[in-house]
Design a binder for this molecule. Sequence first.
Ligand code: GLC
Length: 474
Amino acid sequence: MRIAMIASEAAPFVKTGGLGDVMQALPAELARIPGNEISLFLPYYKKIKYDPRQDAEPVCSFTVNLTWRQQYVGVFRHRGGENEPTVYFIDNEFYFCRDGIYGFYDDGERFAYFAKAVLSAMEKLELQPELIHCHDWQSALVPVYLDAEFRGSFPSTRTVFTIHNVEYQGKAGAEFFNEVLGLSDRWRGICTFDGCINFMKAAIVTADAVSTVSETYARELRYPYYAHGLSGILASKGDRLLGITNGIDVLHLNPETDRALEQNYSAKAPAGKKACKRALQRELGLVENDAPILAMVTRLVSHKGIDILCYILRRLLERELELVIVGTGEAKYEHALQSVASEYPGKFSMNLRFDSALASRVYAGSDLYLMPSKSEPCGLSQLIAMHYGTVPVVNATGGLKDTVPPFNPETGEGLGYTFQSYNGDDFLGAVDRALGDYYGDPAVWSALVRRDMEADFSWKLPAQKYMELYCSLV
Ligand code: GLC
C-alpha cells in the first residue's frame, strides 16, 4: 500500500517528545512490510535544514495560497535505503527557519500552511497515496484541505487521524477562518468548536477513522475528565475511534547493545544490570548500596504526576531506597524537587537536564520506574524501563493500564505495580508493595525483572493493527 505519514516531528531529525519516537519507528516498521511504500512529510525546520549531516536533495518548488498570502514551498527529499521510508521536508524559511519548533504566535498559520503545502507537494510529485495518516493537531488540517480542495487529484485517498495527546488541539480565534484558512463557508462549522477554530476537532469530524495510542485512552477519551472538551465529538465517532497501543524501537533501545551502558545485559544474561546500578550510583554520587533505585525520566509537568510525587516525597525518602529524577519542566516543580534533593545527598539525585545517554543509564541502573501520570495516552518510558529490566509503578490510566498488568506474587503474572485513583497515598501504597516484594523474595523479584525484559514491546503487532485499519478503509 502507498501510505503517506504526516507529522510535525520525527526522530532522528527532530523530536520534542514521544510523538517524535513514534514517527521514527512506526513508518520504519510499516516500510518493512512487503508491498508497502511509505513516505513521511515533515517541516524543514532550521535545525534539520542547517544540520551539516543532512543530505536531503531539492525536488521541486511552487507556491500555495492562504487567502491573500502566497507562500513559497520547497520540497526536499531524503531517500531511505531499501524498505525504508522516503522523507519529504517542506521548506519555507519564514515559517520554519526559527530557533525552536513550537510555541510561536503564528503556530496556527504555520501548520495550516504545512497541511496545504503537503497536499500540493503530493499532487506535484504525483505520489497518489492510497492512505494518508496524520498525527496530532499540527497535521490535522490535511484531511480538511483534502476534502475541501484536493479531492480532484486524490479521488479515493482515505485518511486516518491519530491523537497522541488530546490536550493540544490547535486552537485559534474565530477570525482565523477567514483570515488564514480561506475555506468555503460550509467548512466553518466543521472547523469551529466552542467559538474557536479547533484543528483537532476538524480532523476528528473529517477523517475516515480516528485512532489514539492505547485502547484504554480510546475509551477514556469518551469522558469529559480526559477529553479536554472533545468527549462528545469523540464519543460520536462510535467504533470509528479505536486504540492501537504504541511499541518502542527495540533495536535501538536494547540493553544488549546500548553503548551508553557500563555493561550490556539481557534477560538471559542479566548480570550486567548490577554493574550498571553501581556505575549509576557512582556517576550520580549516590551511596553504593543494594537499596532499590527508584527512577523517573520525565517532563516536570503536573499531568506527569509530579504534584502527587511532591506530596509523598518526604515520606518516600524515609524508606530504604534511592531516588533518581532526570528531566526539566515547570519552575515550581524544579525548585521543589531540587530543594528536597539537597536535603538528601547520596540518596536523592535530581538532574535538571535532558540527556539521552544519561536516560539510558538510568533505565538500566534502576530497579523501579515511577510513572504516576494523571492521564497518559500511551507512555513510552514505562516500556523502555521494562525492556531494561526496571519494574514500573504506574497509575492505571491510558496506555499505562494497557502495558503494565499488575503483578500478582501468588500466580507470578503481571509486569508491575499499579494504583487505581490519582492520589498520592495510593501511589505510595503501590511503591510500598513493590518494595515489599523487592526486599521479600529475591527469586520472585528476579523472575519479575526477567518477565519484564522478555515482554514484547516491539512495533510488529501495532504495525499489523495499523495495516488492518488501513486495509479496512482503502
Ligand atoms: C504523547 C503522549 C504519550 C505517547 C506519545 C506517543 O507524547 O503524551 O503518552 O506515548 O504521544 O504516542
